[in-house]
Design a protein around this ligand. Structure first.
Ligand SMILES: C[S@@+](CC[C@H](N)C(=O)[O-])C[C@H]1O[C@@H](n2cnc3c(N)ncnc32)[C@H](O)[C@@H]1O
Length: 458
């Protein structure tokens, strides 16, 4: 690849950026084999063999080669997420802004699907904190929910809304991540076809949409709260110019994030307001293209609304007795129903859930425990993957790799059974889902829509 392969005006616009090294950048794009990195789930732990650590994220690791993640049962078990290394810088930002502050917070990931940064935020915050992961495009919500189910944390709500729908939730969130849709030049190395769609006109359209999204969401940030803004674009209009616009339109101050020189990240400042931004160029960092920045809201917020909400239908006491033994800390949860499903969310998030459900389309909240059939609870897949599950009260069946793949394909499993009843199907001790063990067969309850379809031989 040489200069001609990039879209017209693309490289010339970048060469004006301080710290940009054109030769390294072009060389990096000649590498047909971009880096593979994963982020481990700190709540699940696992003995995954990893290579070098991503310097700005303690859970992030580079892999020497790209394995078949489809055929690694630890992936659907939620032991790790495959994530591009530069994106993991959001972890460093979160750690920096939360230093010395353990007060419970509410975090919104506004443009969340497929959920890479939502799972990252979930790892960085505590169980008393709440994460709302929102995605505007309905068809992208299921993958977001699946990834969060695998991660297994119960302090989560998923919504499917336009940013302007958050308008009445003034001052509700302490941290908002806006990982905006952008012109995508940062992904040129991973996806060279994206170069064909890049144009200056599209950069301008993206800039306008970014302003709209930010203007819609600004009132929703609490006074003193942090706005983390990121793109996977190199364009000034979508990055530093947006920071200038934010600082001039709204009462916000930019924050400088400490970085280590060896990481190769380029610190920049916007032209007018001198707001800080962090640029990731392939060839200079071990990762793909990214821009990230953080601003603090100085301006006052209206008081968060207090609504008398109908709330959900609570589980009756005797229903709670039936399910509470499935959770490790049963008294920490509020139990409720959505249609036929029984769910639980950390007690401290009940009020937030009530408020949010008045304004938003809630697609997932807390952990789905199951459905009652007669006197039997049909346990839900979400419960199997949840870090809140009390594994001691259910059967557990350990599968070898071949059996785990049979299970994940939703096939019959070659296994001798000695027990009867609902069993977690585990690989290396990590639940993959449920099966019902019967005297002469196993009913495989792995969700049909998640099963492995590709036919690579074992
Ligand atoms: C860069 S991607 C987000 C990636 C995600 N944060 C992650 O780390 O996995 C941007 C997301 O914004 C959504 N989006 C598109 N148009 C939007 C709009 N007008 N308002 C809010 N979100 C939008 C897209 O559907 C997409 O899921």
């Amino acid at each position: 690849m040489n200069e001609q392969h990039f879209p017209a005006h693309f490289l010339s616009s970048l060469s004006a950026e301080p710290g940009f090294e054109s030769e390294n950048f072009i060389n990096a794009h000649q590498n047909p084999n971009p880096l593979t990195s994963i982020r481990l789930n700190p709540f699940k732990g696992s003995a995954i063999k990893t290579d070098g650590q991503v310097p700005w994220c303690a859970d992030g690791f580079y892999l020497d080669s790209r394995p078949s993640f489809t055929f690694d049962p630890l992936f659907p078990a939620g032991c790790y997420y495959v994530q591009e290394a530069s994106s993991m810088f959001i972890d460093h930002i979160l750690k920096t802004i939360r230093l010395n502050n353990d007060d419970p917070i509410k975090v919104l990931d506004l443009c969340a699907a497929p959920g890479g940064k939502s799972t990252l935020i979930n790892s960085a915050i505590g169980g008393n904190d709440l994460l709302v992961a929102n995605e505007i495009i309905k068809t992208r919500v299921p993958v977001l929910c699946d990834n969060l189910n695998r991660w297994g944390t119960p302090n989560i709500i998923v919504s499917n809304n336009d940013p302007k729908d958050f308008g009445r939730l003034t001052g509700f969130f302490d941290i908002i991540l806006v990982d905006t849709p952008c012109s995508g030049s940062g992904m040129f190395r991973k996806d060279p076809a994206a170069m064909n769609e890049w144009s200056e006109a599209n950069v301008n359209l993206c800039h306008q949409r970014q302003e709209r999204i930010l203007a819609d969401i600004y009132p929703v940030l609490n006074e003193g709260g942090y706005l983390i803004y990121s793109t996977c674009s190199y364009s000034h209009q979508e990055n530093e110019d947006i920071l200038d616009w934010l600082c001039s339109e709204f009462d916000m101050e930019s924050l400088r994030i400490p970085i280590n020189k060896e990481w190769g990240i380029v610190e920049t400042q916007s032209n007018q307001q001198k707001a800080w931004g962090y640029r990731f160029y392939p060839g200079q960092v071990k990762g793909e293209g990214l821009f990230a920045s953080v601003l603090r809201k100085r301006g006052q917020s209206d008081q968060p609304p207090s609504f008398k909400s109908k709330g959900h239908q609570k589980l009756a006491l005797k229903e709670i007795e039936l399910v509470k033994e499935y959770l490790n800390e049963p008294n920490d949860f509020y139990y409720f129903k959505v249609n036929d499903d029984w769910l639980a969310i950390n007690k401290e998030h009940k009020e937030s859930l009530d408020t949010l459900q008045r304004h938003l389309y809630i697609k997932k909240s807390g952990v789905r425990l199951g459905k009652l059939m007669g006197n039997d609870l049909i346990p839900d897949h979400e419960l199997a993957l949840s870090i809140a599950i009390n594994k001691d009260i259910v059967l557990q069946t350990e599968l070898d790799h071949n059996q785990a793949i049979q299970y994940l394909r939703r096939e019959n499993i070659d296994l001798n059974i000695n027990n009867k009843g609902w069993s977690l199907m585990n690989f290396e001790g990590h639940p993959l889902g449920w099966a019902k063990l019967l005297p002469n067969r196993i009913n495989n309850y792995y969700p049909k829509e998640l099963r492995i379809l590709s036919s690579q031989p074992l």
